[in-house]
Design a protein around this ligand. Structure first.
Ligand code: CA
Length: 512
């Protein structure tokens, strides 16, 4: 029983005897404020605390030096809406009703913000929501509709609709700080879900970073020219290559809609007059892919830099107001992303770059600082963790595990030794086949169940996942163990034999 839980037990005991005798309670320990910073598509390998070779994120890195970094944090399904629903419900998509981006998180679902609200927390979500219905369980919300634009976003709240002028990452932070300011003198603790639409496609950089990296090229990943030999047909069928599938809008040969005159002038200064850059700049063959990669990755990293700036603003604000010491600050993303790895952008796959997500947690004096934890953790664990830190019992229907013991510096002996993953959205954007699989510390088994193909990777020998050893006799015992582990996890998590997501027509984006 943690201190907050003990406190609740005392309250319950006191209320039971309050008719006969006035209870004397010690002052309750403060329950922590919780700030959940949620980026969109921000890959761990674009955070310098995670060893990025292509950018530096000094403010995000503070959460590692002043807190705990999880080296093996993964998602259950590498796609926006489903990841958000899993964070809120602590359940896999086959149970919470959001296996794909087309699904809606029904407002009656049990979520951790609802439980925190019921227990006396002030609750708010500001920024990207992406679950179609109005947020439930929040005293206050100001959210984008769908993905939302990078410039001049409209935010929808319970009572009004406000068209803001400026850059979304800055505005979401302004609104988040404004809300904290409005509740910080209250005796109630607060939960803030502070959620960027960066770094999602179309990667429109902010005015402060339009010219960042203008004079230098970004290092290419080793697998930019992956030929997909040694893996399933699924890797060859996808439509998410740097070479073929980035559009003119991605490459900023058109500017975003709705820029005001000042924004348009800054944009033109950075990118040149619209639509005339490509023919002049894009060379042929591999050099063309390299040019497209630079165009893509620089804008992606520029968007990351605005997140870093704004997280710095938030951390400075927490210091200056004295809130830092009793506020749990979490930084994570709804999934990872391919940064030219395997020749790709986007996510969806169970491969490392999209399966992995950054996760850093700071709670001064409670969580040890400068610690790198290697336990296998998932976005499934967020809801149970926050409930546990607030002294609230975790409902049995939540499938994740509280990270509280790990945050106290001890990993239970029976902590999970494998994670389960499932992606459902085919046919759909980027045409990545449905698959499920299991990952342990060393191995990964993936089943592309609608086409009957499998892959097995030895991550120690082949960290880039370039050669499946599924058919290699030397791995027969490993394969048998992984099949067994996969079956056990599917049973543990109540995964039905049929995934229940209807197959629908979806046009190839290459045909449009
Ligand atoms: Ca996302």
């Amino acid at each position: 029983m943690n201190t907050a839980t003990r406190w609740f037990a005392l309250v319950i005991a006191a209320s039971a005897i309050s008719c006969s005798a006035p209870a004397r309670l010690e002052a309750p320990p403060e329950r922590p404020n919780i700030i959940f910073i949620f980026a969109d598509d921000h890959a761990a390998h674009a955070v310098s605390a995670y060893g990025s070779k292509i950018n530096t994120t000094p403010n995000l890195d503070r959460l590692e030096t002043e807190g705990m970094l999880f080296e093996n944090a993964f998602v259950t399904n590498s796609i926006c809406g489903p990841s958000r629903a899993t964070v809120l419900t602590g359940q896999f998509g086959h149970l919470n009703g959001v296996p794909t981006n087309r699904d809606t998180l029904h407002s009656t679902r049990l979520t951790f913000p609802k439980l925190l609200q019921q227990s006396g927390y002030s609750t708010a979500v500001i920024g990207k929501w992406h679950l179609k219905v109005a947020p439930a369980g929040f005293d206050h919300y100001e959210v984008l509709r769908g993905q939302g634009p990078y410039y001049n976003p409209t935010l929808y709240s319970q009572s009004d609709t406000t068209e803001h002028v400026g850059y979304s990452t800055d505005i979401i932070t302004d609104r988040a700080l404004n809300w904290i300011e409005s509740v910080r003198s209250s005796p109630q603790p607060f939960l803030l879900m502070y959620q960027f639409n960066a770094t999602h496609r179309w990667w429109d950089p902010g005015p402060d970073h339009l010219n960042l990296f203008a004079d230098s090229d970004i290092a290419e990943p080793a697998t930019l020219f992956d030929d997909y030999e040694g893996r399933t047909t699924a890797t060859q069928e996808q439509e998410m290559t740097i070479a073929l599938d980035l559009t003119e809008r991605d490459l900023k040969l058109e500017s975003p809609r709705g820029l005001n005159a000042k924004q348009q002038a800054a944009w033109d200064a950075a990118y040149g007059p619209r639509n005339d850059a490509y023919e002049k700049a894009a060379p042929e063959g591999d050099a063309r892919t390299r040019w497209r990669y630079q165009r893509y990755i620089k804008d992606y990293l520029r968007c990351v830099q605005s997140i870093d700036d704004n997280v710095g603003r938030l951390l400075d604000y927490l210091e200056s107001t004295g809130l830092a010491s009793n506020t749990v600050v979490v930084y994570t993303s709804d999934q990872g992303f391919f940064l030219g790895d395997h020749g790709w952008f986007d996510k969806r796959w169970m491969y490392e770059e999209s399966l992995r997500t950054p996760l850093m947690i700071r709670w001064p004096d409670r969580v040890p600082s400068d610690v790198r934890n290697t336990a296998l953790v998932q976005n499934l664990d967020i809801a149970p963790t926050f409930l546990d830190l607030a002294g609230i019992s975790v409902p049995t229907e939540m499938q994740g595990e509280s990270l509280a013991p790990l945050l106290q510096g001890r990993t239970p002996d029976d902590w999970r030794d494998a994670i389960y993953y499932q992606y459902f959205e085919y046919p759909g954007w980027h045409m990545v086949r449905r698959h499920y699989g299991v990952r342990t510390h060393r191995y990964k088994l993936i089943h592309y169940y609608e086409i009957g193909e499998w892959e097995l990777f030895d991550l120690q020998e082949d960290p880039d996942e370039l050669r499946s050893v599924f058919d290699d006799p030397a791995y027969a015992d490993v394969l048998a163990e992984m099949r067994q582990r996969l079956a056990e996890l599917r049973k543990q998590y109540d995964v039905p034999d049929e995934d229940g997501v209807p197959y629908t027509d979806f046009p190839s984006q290459r045909d449009l």
